[in-house]
Write a new protein. Sequence first.
Length: 324
Amino acid sequence: MRTDFPSGGFTALMWAARNGEEAMVRRLVVAGADVNATNGDGATAMMLAIVNDRFDVAATLLGLGADANDGSLWYAIEMRDAPTDWRARDGSRLRPDHANRLTGLELIVRLLDAGADPNKPFTGQMHNASMCCDTKGSGTPFYRAAVAADVDALKLLIARGADLDWTPPPVEGMPPMPFGDYTGLTPLMAALNGGKGLLMAGGPGDIRESQIGIFREPGNRNPADAVKLLLEAGADPDAVSPKGDTALHIAAHDGRLEQLRELVAGGADVAARNAAGQTALELVETMQPRVLNPIAEMIGMFDDGASPAETAAFLRELLGAKAR
């Protein structure tokens, strides 16, 4: 009997992993199924297990020889960022009929223990919909955790040598996006607006926390805490984005007051000027009240940012306290 014959792009092992048939997974591997075979989208059985909420099966596959660097670490972090009422079409809804013994965070630890690289760019897609960038773009597991402002995952990845200043390269064949484009932004910059299921780098969907309720797995997703963690780990607070802004400029522009507090406390250069020759304070002092892109407004981007006037007042207070 062939154990690797694909049907609809899936091998028998992929179907078993997707459906949570742990005993069948073991039987197929013992019979010779290729545990690292990929389908047309580049997905392995372990990756399919993870995105279908079969963390225990994923751990079983890992123990049976699955490659820890197949992209599964990226998806394990991705699944922690999914809310309970989203991605159900991809199997991510928590269901009582197959409650996992392992949490997503525990699976991340197992993958890291098996040699998964937090800095390996993942290139791929699943279900014919790009969840990262597409087959011509990439993102690292650590960067995905930064976008999520997943403090718990970030701590694990930093301890395993994550590159604190890696930035996503341009995606070939794709024009710049009007918002949500992380090209050239450091993990610190990505975390400024994190913790809310952002679109880029494979966020859980076109929605924000105010609309999606609870995440599927508890954890600290406070972006200010993520910023503090990254700075304490050695992230460069004064790196410059492709548009010429520092993290301080980005946080000021978006009205992220607590993130501004952490950046100033973490040593960000408050006198740094952007491409327009403005400091962060000068930037917000000249800003008009935000008029959101209609799509950005629909998905709730910047929904909790302070107004330019509030941000300017907050920055003046911070800078005054710093000078005293």
